[in-house]
Structure formats: structure tokens, C-alpha cells
Design a protein around this ligand. Structure first.
Ligand SMILES: Cc1cc2nc3c(=O)[nH]c(=O)nc-3n(C[C@H](O)[C@H](O)[C@H](O)COP(=O)(O)OP(=O)(O)OC[C@H]3O[C@@H](n4cnc5c(N)ncnc54)[C@H](O)[C@@H]3O)c2cc1C
Length: 295
């Protein structure tokens, strides 16, 4: 297929790392410069592709962590032990290094500053990333739409964006943040660690009759459990939008959209040698970008 026939979001671009910061001991925010970036909406994600010298490629999806800002795209990557791609991005990828990127992807799991319904965000672990983009987009647009964020993490040291969330909950009128700790709680916390349940979602969320837009993101099991809770509490399933980060049981549901064009190759080698030159031909059809996004 000729490159000119590809819409912008299907084109692989070369992105370069311009800044990186640790969010937790195992998660790192990457700020990339992506010349020609077409812009994006809060909630969308990108595909990132690494290519080894032997041509083996590994491709993963990563949510965009911040609203559109020219050619800058910000991601936050959680290191998955023994993973093919995330250890490279969190431990090896350095300032000036290239990686291939295409997007933005996804037109349903998005929040627009023009939306007026109250918003409930429910994050499990790294699922906070696209929801943080929504919190930041609200602030950037000066929106007064009331937001409630329920953020489930294992321990206090696993909280991403901790200082910024504290500041925004204090200064951004109409933003409430509630934490749920599943393995260890901060000192003086009033409850033992526990998984998010009906009572917590009911207390920290919005009543269904306010017709909030609900966004749930995290590991597959977490997302399914929270979506069930919201529906059981009376939320209209059409207003519950979900994004699953994986992992899942089988390839048919693979959350990672991996592309193993040379399955016998050593997967880890792909992560060590990303190419600087994008090639053509997307292997999956991304959902609509900002202009074509569903209403
Ligand atoms: C739409 C979308 C957006 C995403 N956004 C983000 C994001 O913003 N930040 C982020 O860190 N990740 C995100 N992910 C997950 C990401 O795409 C990768 O799945 C993740 O980085 C692991 O890739 P890997 O190559 O390191 O591990 P792999 O080599 O794919 O997997 C290694 C092992 O880890 C398990 N595993 C794979 N993925 C996960 C996971 N997410 N959690 C726990 N175990 C896992 C596998 O089952 C396997 O056993 C997103 C996924 C999707 C579908």
C-alpha cells in the first residue's frame, strides 16, 4: 500500500525520547517528540513498535498520559517482569533514542472538555494513565465538570503521579480522589487492605441517577469486576466505558496486539535494538482518531 494512501494515524512515525521520570520504582513516564503528530484526545492510546536487527518486531499499546501538546506525546509504562517490551522502555530506552509509534488509536474511551456529564474514573494500577490524561485535560481546558477518581493500587508506593494528584485534588475545584489499597495501606489508614467492592464504589462514585460518564481502566479482571459493580449499582452499561490492559487467557483476547513476524527469534532481542526508520503497513486497524471519533 502506498504511504500516501494511509491516513495520518496509521503511519508509523519515529518518536524520540526527550525526557523521562520515574513515577514509582517500577513505572516510568516517557516524554517523546513525534514530528508530525496529528494530536489526540484524552483516553486514546498509541502503538509502539520495536524492531530487532533480524527484523523481528514487538508491538504494544500504551495509553497517552497527557492532553495534546504539539509534537509531544507522554506515556507511562509499568515494567512487567520478564516482559518483552516494557523492561526495555523502563530500563534501557534513553534520551535521544528512537522508537516507532503510530496513532492516536481509539475513539470511544475518550473524554472531551465539551462533555458536561459528571465523570467517574476508576483506575486499577497502571490503568490510571489514560484517566490521568482526562484529569489533566479537564484542568487544561478550565472545565468545571465534576470528576471523581477512584484509584486502586497495591501499596502507597505504587501510586503514579502522587504529588500531582494531591495538588490537583486540593486546587482543581470539583476533583475528588479516593484511594483503595489492596495489599498495604498508609500509616493511620482507617481500613485494612482490600479489593474495591460495591460499598466503596457506591460511596466514592456518583449515584446512577446523575447519569455520570464512567471510565474504567486496568487489568482485565479488575475492569470486568468494576464494570459489573457499576451495572449492579444501577449505572446504564452504555455509559460505562472500559479499557483493558491485560493480560488475558488466550491469544484471541490478547491485549497487547503483539506482532511476532519471526516467532522463532529471541523476543528479548527486539527490545534491545529498536530501529530508527519506520516501515509501512499497519498490522491492525486502529479505531478512529480525534476527527472521526464516535459521538
Ligand atoms: C489499549 C491499551 C493501553 C495500554 N496502556 C498501557 C499503559 O499506559 N501503561 C502500561 O504500562 N501498559 C499499558 N498497556 C499494556 C501494554 O500494552 C503491555 O501489555 C505491557 O507493557 C506488557 O508488555 P511486555 O512486552 O513488557 O510484556 P509481555 O512480553 O507481553 O508479557 C510478559 C508476561 O507478562 C504478562 N503481562 C502482559 N501484560 C501485562 C500487564 N499489563 N499486566 C500484568 N502482566 C502482564 C503476560 O501475560 C506475560 O506472562 C496497555 C494495553 C492496552 C491494550
Amino acid at each position: 500500500m502506498a504511504r500516501t494512501a494511509l491516513p495520518g494515524r496509521l503511519t508509523w512515525r519515529v518518536a524520540r525520547l526527550i525526557e523521562a521520570r520515574d513515577e514509582t520504582p517500577t513505572a516510568r513516564t516517557l516524554v517523546l517528540d513525534v514530528p508530525g503528530w496529528p494530536g489526540h484526545l484524552a483516553g486514546q492510546h498509541v502503538d509502539v513498535r520495536l524492531t530487532a536487527d533480524d527484523g523481528y518486531t514487538a508491538q504494544r499499546s500504551y495509553s497517552i498520559a497527557a492532553p495534546a501538546d504539539g509534537d509531544r506525546v507522554e506515556l507511562t509504562v509499568q515494567r512487567v517482569p520478564d516482559g518483552e517490551v516494557s523492561p526495555y522502555l523502563t530500563e534501557v530506552f534513553s534520551k535521544g533514542d528512537p522508537v516507532e509509534m503510530r496513532g492516536p488509536v481509539g475513539g470511544w474511551f475518550v473524554w472531551r472538555p465539551a462533555d458536561t456529564a459528571p465523570v467517574l474514573l476508576v483506575a486499577g494500577g497502571s490503568g490510571i494513565v489514560p484517566l490521568m490524561a482526562m484529569v489533566r485535560a479537564r484542568r487544561a481546558a478550565g472545565s468545571r465538570v465534576p470528576f471523581r477518581l477512584i484509584y486502586s493500587v497495591r501499596t502507597p508506593s505504587d501510586v503514579y503521579y502522587a504529588d500531582e494528584l494531591r495538588r490537583r485534588a486540593r486546587d482543581d475545584g470539583g476533583l475528588d480522589v479516593t484511594y483503595a489499597y489492596t495489599r498495604a495501606v498508609p500509616e493511620g489508614w482507617r481500613e485494612p487492605p482490600r479489593r474495591l467492592g460495591v460499598a466503596a464504589v457506591n460511596t466514592a462514585g456518583w449515584p446512577p441517577d446523575l447519569e455520570p460518564a464512567c471510565f474504567v481502566c486496568g487489568p482485565t479482571g479488575f475492569v470486568e469486576a468494576v464494570a459489573d459493580i457499576l451495572v449492579a449499582l444501577g449505572h446504564d452499561p452504555r455509559r460505562v466505558r472500559t479499557e483493558r490492559f491485560g493480560p488475558t487467557a488466550g491469544p484471541a483476547e490478547s491485549p497487547t496486539a503483539s506482532t511476532a513476524e519471526s516467532p522463532e527469534a529471541n523476543p528479548a532481542s527486539a527490545a534491545k535494538r529498536p530501529t530508527a526508520s519506520p516501515t509501512e503497513g499497519p498490522t491492525a486497524e486502529p479505531a478512529p482518531g480525534p476527527k472521526e471519533a464516535r459521538p
